[in-house]
Design a protein around this ligand. Structure first.
Ligand code: PA5
Length: 447
């Protein structure tokens, strides 16, 4: 089971404070189930896992097979919800050094279209010059500048290097059924394509082809991932007691902490493989809750690495934070600390122990120190980093986010604030249709 331990928040909010949120949490779950809350046209993620047709999984696996057979490298072009989910899962399940090691069995998965850095694109396209590569172009709107720009470059390079026919075989589009430039291009070029359902927003789309195709190409079992999510779906319905529902418990306790003045949540891991899971989580909660001048600020650290940089702030800085630790029970590999006759480093007291035992004591020691220092601690325990448990964790966070957003009193499924920078960027770059904005900005910049 994935467990949410809230015993270490009780110096800060009482069990009664958390319990008093139960009616709001129950109402939020019912709103999600009945589709009566704000943003109810974007709750398709709720039963996506339990309803994924076997035919869709077959089609994804078939497409993955074609790319696996024909590519040494596959570039996932996408930004925000269109790349963070697959990156989170691939990194959590893969070899920590996968960026360095060319695995003979699986194509290397690299990401593009999530920045507008000329150096990044230069270095990536240089690297690809000697590689047989394919592309997955992912954009729900089909018009996102970062992704479209990277895809334009990569498509041309792929066609130049591999010829139009092979390029057609190794370029896949995942986009809207009808709208957007990515759809137009896919239909015109005859690419294989998958649809992002209308009622699933980008940040909730990891269990659609958006996440599943790259994950399958990387060599992971998407059926187990979906099964894990479907099992968590069953555990988090309105018929479960709040204390047995990890998503509801998490949503309740983080809102209780927020109301007590804890405005920043730091997601903590002790496994560097979870770095991108935190990035995915930050988008999920940040974009869902940060609106109407409300919302917990989602931050993240990788421990014990960041104990040597951010540890001081967390221990003694402003007391507006709480931590949520993802603790992994069982690691994948075994490394024992060797005995050393000379013991020059003084580490013989650890000889014969697993490195993970040391890590677990770092985890416990940190929890005790931070709680003593005024930082409430939520602990989410995951049995191991496998497809099944990551699927459960993903769904738990998604459901927790929907519940938490409603308890906070916002529409967790829109993102009106994301448009503001785009309007200015387009006006500054002279995109047709932005002439009026352009005039306003230029006169503002002159002042
Ligand atoms: O969650 C969201 O809606 C956003 O983060 C989008 O995923 C992101 O902006 C990318 O959009 P698109 O898939 O339309 O290119």
């Amino acid at each position: 089971m994935i467990k949410v331990d809230i015993s270490q928040v009780q110096n800060f909010v009482s069990a009664n404070d958390v319990k008093s949120l139960e009616p709001e949490v129950k109402e939020a779950i019912l709103k999600l189930e009945k589709g009566t809350g704000a943003g109810n046209d974007f709750i398709g993620w709720m039963d996506l896992a339990s309803k994924t047709p076997a035919s869709l999984l077959d089609e994804i696996e078939d497409t993955a097979r074609v790319l696996r057979e024909n590519c040494e490298v596959v570039i996932v072009a996408g930004i925000g919800g269109s790349y963070l989910g697959s990156r989170a899962v691939i990194e959590a399940l893969g070899n920590s050094l996968s960026q360095l090691i060319q695995d003979k069995k699986n194509p290397q998965i690299l990401f593009a279209g999530h920045n507008i850095s000329e150096d990044y694109l230069f270095e990536l396209t240089e690297y690809l010059k000697t590689k047989k590569f394919g592309i997955i172009n992912i954009s729900k709107s089909g018009t996102t500048t970062e992704t479209a720009l990277a895809f334009r470059l990569l498509k041309k390079q792929c066609e130049d290097q591999r010829g139009k026919d092979t390029a057609r075989k190794v370029i896949v589009a995942i986009t809207d059924a009808k709208r957007g430039a990515a759809r137009v291009c896919a239909d015109k070029e005859g690419y294989r394509s998958f649809i992002i359902p209308d009622n699933v927003g980008g940040r909730f789309s990891v269990l659609t082809p958006v996440g599943l195709l790259p994950i399958a190409i990387a060599g992971f079992d998407i059926r187990q991932l979906v099964k894990g999510a479907a099992d968590m779906e069953a555990l988090t319905t309105s018929s479960a007691k709040i204390e047995d529902n990890p998503a509801a418990t998490y949503a309740a306790v983080r809102n209780a902490l927020y109301r007590s003045g804890k405005k920043i949540e730091i997601l903590v891991n002790f496994q560097p493989k979870l770095h991108y899971l935190s990035e995915w989580w930050k988008q999920l909660y940040g974009e869902s809750e940060g609106k109407e001048n409300k919302g917990i600020f989602p931050a993240s650290v990788d421990f014990s690495t960041d104990l040597h940089s951010m540890g001081q702030w967390i221990q003694e800085g402003e007391r507006t934070i709480f931590e949520t630790v993802i603790s992994v029970d069982k690691v994948q590999h075994s490394v024992l600390v060797p005995r050393d006759e000379e013991n020059l480093d003084g580490l013989n007291f650890l000889a014969g122990k697993h490195v993970d035992e040391v890590n677990k004591m770092a985890e416990l020691g940190t929890q005790l120190a931070h709680v003593d220092g005024g930082v409430p601690n939520i602990r989410i325990t995951v049995p191991e980093l496998s497809e099944y448990w990551i699927g459960q964790l993903i769904y738990m966070f998604e459901k927790g986010c929907g519940i938490s957003g409603y308890v906070l009193g916002v529409n967790p499924f829109n993102q009106p604030g994301v448009e503001a920078y785009k309007k200015n960027m387009f006006a500054l770059l002279g995109k047709p249709g932005y002439e009026e904005d352009s005039k306003k900005i230029l006169s503002r910049l002159k002042k």
